[in-house]
Design a protein around this ligand. Structure first.
Ligand code: DP6
Length: 421
């Protein structure tokens, strides 16, 4: 290392979105490499509302690899972190920063240690795929720091080894994770189907559902499904391949009715294979089921679908509305059935793109209280309300892929010490 002294710190900051699958990944054929038993398709969510920011730094003064998540130091000793770090280090190249007088050769990276700080702009505990954005951001930012020449598709095969769904966060818009055939996983990569501008009418509403229950992690849940469910093989071999073809076409044609039918059916089948697991896994709760009923009833009454729903390994609902008008009507329905606890503040009950709230004519709690029951409910049955069953709502939309953040003020590590700011 031809630097003048040992005190330099070189760093890179990046921001990476999270994603929600509309055709689900559930089941691995290789646990260590994280290779799936079927293709999957996701939509990337706008990083303005849900994303991970990661700063990675290198310095000869660092004595070990260290990582901080949301300000707290965490261990990097897990196999998934180690696999990602090893893979990305092996793709490092020479790096030179003339202004700072730093020169790092390809070989130096094996000995140099890293500091990593990562921050989610949404509560990690909410169960909103934070590991997908997190591993994608880790791999993307390290690739830039180390001057790796790999494109995002090749980087996705590394992020995949951190968490399967992370590979789809390397792109914006709609993304397909191609399961691949190779034993070494080299062809199990993500590819963009269309970018975020292709279908920008869509509005995404997430209902963060209150839950006291500790859920089975995706990793162990899908292992148990593969080991015990007779239905999963049928899903992976017969159902998903057909759905993938139909979904790609629906997305390209912006065919909302087909998109909705496939998205809802696939979410429901994923939860069905969870139920078919021994012992059965329940990710959805009564609130999730009520949200499904509300959407199904409304879609039916309109004659053509207005909203698609999908649920991951938890009770939260991700609702994809065909356009702003539908999103407005959806939000009115959801706030009618699931008003916040008394005394709550509307501003923290609906977060993200609040303009939908304005469109819905809802400015304060009085407006929420005076919402009428949706017309599709029968007049003779009084509509029941479920106050407090939803923690809060996030309004968002399809979004872009990873970006570098170049302003020093955006970095999470101190440029002199390489420690969290
Ligand atoms: C239900 O990617 O979290 O969200 O690969 O074991 O880390 P690991 O699992 P993970 O599983 C995600 C499952 C899902 C569906 C999906 O995102 O496709």
């Amino acid at each position: 290392m031809a630097e003048k002294n040992d005190s330099w710190v070189l760093m890179v900051t990046a921001q990476t979105p999270t994603n929600i699958a509309v055709i689900k990944y559930w089941g691995k054929r290789d646990e260590n490499l994280i290779l799936p038993i079927n293709d999957s398709i996701s939509v990337t969510l706008d990083p303005a509302h849900l994303c991970t920011t990661t700063t990675v730094a290198v310095s000869p003064a660092f004595t070990q690899d260290r990582m901080w998540l949301n300000g707290k130091e965490i261990s990097l000793s897990g196999g998934r972190y180690q696999n990602c770090l090893r893979e990305i280090r092996s793709r490092a190249n020479d790096v030179e920063d003339e202004k700072k007088g730093i020169k790092i050769t390809k070989k130096d990276w094996e000995k140099l240690h890293l500091h990593i700080a990562s921050y989610n702009n949404f509560p990690t505990a909410a169960g909103l795929a934070s590991s997908a954005a997190g591993f994608a951001c880790l791999v993307f930012s390290l690739a830039k720091l180390m001057n790796a020449k790999e494109d995002n598709g090749q980087l996705s095969a590394i992020a995949r080894q951190g968490s399967g769904s992370a590979c789809r966060s390397l792109y914006g818009g709609f993304v397909k994770w191609i399961m691949g055939k190779e034993e070494n996983g080299s062809d199990s990569i993500a590819a963009q189907l269309v970018d975020e501008k292709h279908w920008d009418e869509l509005v995404i509403l997430i209902a963060v559902v209150s839950s006291r229950q500790k859920e089975t992690s995706s990793t162990s849940g899908m292992r148990e499904t593969v080991e015990t469910s007779p239905l999963i093989q049928h899903r992976a071999l017969e159902v998903v391949p057909k759905r993938i073809i139909q979904m790609e076409e629906a997305i390209r044609n912006r065919d909302f009715p087909t998109f909705t039918c496939l998205t809802c059916s696939d979410s429901n089948q994923f939860h069905a294979v969870c139920l078919d697991t021994s012992p059965p896994i329940f990710y959805m709760n009564d609130t999730s089921h009520r949200i499904i009923s509300c959407v199904e009833k409304w879609n039916r009454s309109e004659g053509t679908p207005q909203v698609a729903y999908t649920f991951d390994a938890g009770p939260n609902a991700v609702l994809i509305a065909r356009n702003r008008k539908a999103a407005t009507l959806l939000l009115q329905r959801l706030l009618f059935y699931f008003p916040p606890e008394s005394g709550a503040n509307l501003n923290s009950y609906v977060v993200g793109d609040k303009s939908i709230l304005k469109d819905a004519g809802i400015q304060d709690m009085k407006d929420v209280e005076s919402l009428c029951p949706p017309p599709e409910v029968k007049d003779n049955i009084p509509a029941q309300k479920y106050k407090g069953d939803v923690s809060y709502f996030i309004c968002t939309r399809p979004g872009r892929g990873p970006v570098l953040l170049t302003e020093e003020s955006q970095s999470l590590l101190n440029p002199e010490t390489g420690l969290p700011k």
